[in-house]
Design a binder for this molecule. Structure first.
Ligand SMILES: [Zn+2]
Length: 140
C-alpha cells in the first residue's frame, strides 16, 4: 500500500492528532482513539508502516509488548478500570496497531464492538492526565 493512502501513517505526522497524543518515541505513537469503545481507549501505533506483528523484527515486537504493558499500567492507575482488553486487529487499517480498551465493571467488550458504529469523543482531560503520567514515566 502507498503510505500516503494509509490512515495511520497520516495520523503520526498530523498536527490535529497531536492533541490526543499520550506518548511518542522513535518507534511508537500512542494516542486516544477517536471513537472510543470505553473511557481511555488507546492506540499504540507503530511508526513504521508494517501490516502486523509477524512482519516486524523481534526487537520492535518486544518494544510493542513493553509499551502495551506500560500503557495498560498507566490506564489502570489513572482511570481505575477493572482490567484492560488488548487486541491487535488489522482489518480496517492494515498498519500495525494495538487497541487498549479499559473494561469497567459494567461494560462487556467483544470483537463486535470494534466494527459497530461508535460516537466520536475525545476526552482532553484524559489526554492531559495520561500524557503527564507517561511523560513522567519516560524520565524516571
Ligand atoms: Zn501505514
Amino acid at each position: 500500500m502507498d503510505n500516503d493512502a494509509c490512515l495511520f501513517c497520516r495520523f503520526i505526522t498530523s498536527k490535529e492528532k497531536e492533541k490526543q497524543k499520550l506518548y511518542e518515541d522513535n518507534l511508537v505513537y500512542i494516542m486516544l482513539d477517536d471513537f472510543p469503545i470505553s473511557r481511555g481507549h488507546s492506540l499504540i501505533i507503530l511508526k513504521e508502516h508494517a501490516p502486523e506483528l509477524g512482519s516486524v523484527s523481534s526487537g520492535v515486537a518486544r518494544h510493542i509488548g513493553r509499551m502495551t504493558s506500560l500503557v495498560s499500567r498507566g490506564l489502570k492507575e489513572c482511570l481505575k478500570p477493572e482490567n484492560i482488553y488488548s487486541a491487535s486487529l488489522n482489518e480496517e487499517v492494515k498498519h500495525l496497531h494495538v487497541h487498549l480498551v479499559p473494561r469497567y465493571s459494567n461494560n462487556k467488550i467483544g470483537f463486535d464492538h470494534f466494527s459497530s458504529p461508535r460516537g466520536k469523543l475525545i476526552n482532553y482531560e484524559d489526554v492531559s492526565i495520561l500524557s503527564r503520567y507517561f511523560g513522567l514515566g519516560a524520565k524516571g
